[in-house]
Write a protein that binds this ligand. Sequence first.
Ligand code: ADP
Ligand code: MG
Length: 212
Amino acid sequence: MAGRRGALIVLEGVDRAGKTTQSRKLVAALCAAGQRAELLRFPERSTEIGKLLSSYLEKKSEVEDHSVHLLFSANRWEQVPLIKEKLNQGITLIVDRYAFSGVAFTNAKENFSLDWCKQPDVGLPKPDLVVFLHLKLAEAVERGGFGRERYEDGAFQERALRCFYHLMEDRTLNWKMVDASKSIEDVHKEICALSEDIIQTVARRPLGKLWT
Ligand SMILES: Nc1ncnc2c1ncn2[C@@H]1O[C@H](COP(=O)(O)OP(=O)(O)O)[C@@H](O)[C@H]1O
Ligand SMILES: [Mg+2]
């Protein structure tokens, strides 16, 4: 297996689309099939920066909007050495949210251009596959009312969704839209098939840089 790198697979989508459910199931299925796969999530709340973000999301603290955007990005950058190391060891990484959520949530605020929002994440490891779990906001709300964390409000989520659509127009990225309104098992099967394919395809290709 020497020389084969792991794939970087990101799951994105609005709140409650099933990102956490599906990323866990995917890691379990890949491991059960004898692949080496591990789960990452952003924000990664366990680091010093992650603790600031967690407190901000729980509305226990206020952080200026530009500043918090840069902290979310920094929280991804601080994991880059680990991401590269794992991928080089042949471990596939399944990532629950990535830079796209970071951009969409800040762009949903007033007076933040898409370009400004993207800049801090330019050059991050480029995902080999971005699965977008597509779910109407009305259906997402039926999966349980919004929680009390920051950003969990309908109008805000709607603006974030529109930004995701813009980001998906970027053909330099391998976006795959999956209908997240189907059953957990059906969605899972679709994501497994996409993932198994990409793991084979990228094993001997170099890792790219996001938005460069
Ligand atoms: N395909 C699905 N059909 C019905 N309910 C689902 C489906 N996928 C996830 N759920 C449920 O919706 C809720 C949100 O799922 P979760 O994976 O936490 O979403 P996210 O991480 O995208 O916010 C959970 O209660 C989960 O069990
Ligand atoms: Mg989640």
